[in-house]
Design a protein around this ligand. Structure first.
Ligand code: BG6
Length: 290
């Protein structure tokens, strides 16, 4: 752990040379580099890095809500808390060729005023050759049931958003955040980008492909326990309006999030929920998206 230069951070590395960087602040993944040391996640150069604000980019943990509702801040408080190393993580599978860190966030007294539920949120981050896996577990530590929504807000780094295609979401229903959350059905064969987009695709397949034609790279996102997927790019006007995003940043990023939004998760006392996301980055001269 390097405590110099701000929040304590953990660097994961594995034998082929890929690395990941994790901040205790927010349990945020700030960097994921492949074996050629190419950065796979987008982080804004204008990211403010203020102690009370999550950095724009990487992978953010959104809990206990994704959206802006009630007293809770947009996308919940988990991304703005200092997490701890988990002293008693669940056992690791044997013979696994990966580098792992386990983090934990527990409900704090000050948050009980705005979200009156005791919980434990565990996050296991594992790096192996070409793969970054996140396992999230939420446990109800209270004597009454609670419900929450959740998302892993993934900022992918892309070469040129106009050349990117997302496969796996065609023909699905989505809620359009730009149209007062109205429900539509996707008509396109694959999602491409030429303006602002902010949608929650519902009941998606477990596999989504983000195909970057210019870089000849495909990100494959596999998920369990999170039925929905958010697709977000602010495009030029909204990017300009965001203080922690450069005017041109929207061209080189795309958020595709694993999420449980439409059907919130409900946990009885001492019940546990688990969500799993596996990202892999494949370089190839032909990307099928299937
Ligand atoms: C997206 C949401 O996932 O995140 C957008 O769908 C939101 O509505 C965006 O604007 C960024 O949110 P924030 O809170 O990190 O600025």
């Amino acid at each position: 752990i390097n405590v110099a230069g701000g929040s304590p951070r953990i660097i994961l590395s594995e034998p082929t040379g890929s690395t990941a960087e994790v901040l205790l602040y927010g349990g945020q993944i700030l960097s994921w580099k492949n074996e050629r040391r190419e950065e796979l996640l987008f982080v804004s150069n204008k990211a403010l890095g203020k102690p009370s604000k999550a950095i724009r980019g990487g992978i953010l943990i959104c809990f206990p809500q994704f959206v802006n509702f009630g007293l809770l801040e947009q996308h919940g408080f988990a991304r703005n808390k200092l997490w701890s190393l988990d002293p008693s993580p669940s056992p690791l599978p044997s013979a696994n060729n990966q580098s792992t860190v386990d983090l934990i966030l527990k409900s704090a007294e000050e948050d009980l005023k705005i979200w009156p539920h005791r919980f434990e949120l565990q996050l296991r981050i594992s790096l192996s050759a070409g793969k970054l896996t996140l396992i999230s577990r939420v446990r109800n530590m209270d004597n009454k049931a609670f419900s929450f929504t959740f998302a892993l807000h993934n900022y992918f780094s892309v070469s040129d958003i106009s050349e990117v295609r997302v496969g796996g979401l065609e023909t699905l229903d989505y809620l359009d955040n730009l149209m007062h959350k109205e429900r539509y059905t996707e008509q396109a064969d694959a999602i491409t980008f030429d303006s602002e987009i902010d949608r929650v695709y519902l009941s998606t397949p477990t596999k989504i492909a983000i195909i970057d034609h210019e870089k000849k790279r495909t990100f494959v996102l596999r998920k369990e326990g999170m039925g929905d997927a958010v697709v977000w790019n602010p495009w030029d006007k909204k990017a300009k309006a965001l203080p922690d995003m450069g005017d041109e940043d929207y061209k080189t990023m795309l958020c595709v999030d694993s999420a449980a939004i439409e059907a919130p998760v409900t946990l009885k006392p001492f019940e546990e929920w688990m969500g799993r996301q596996e990202l892999s980055a494949v370089s190839s001269s032909y990307c099928s998206g299937q």
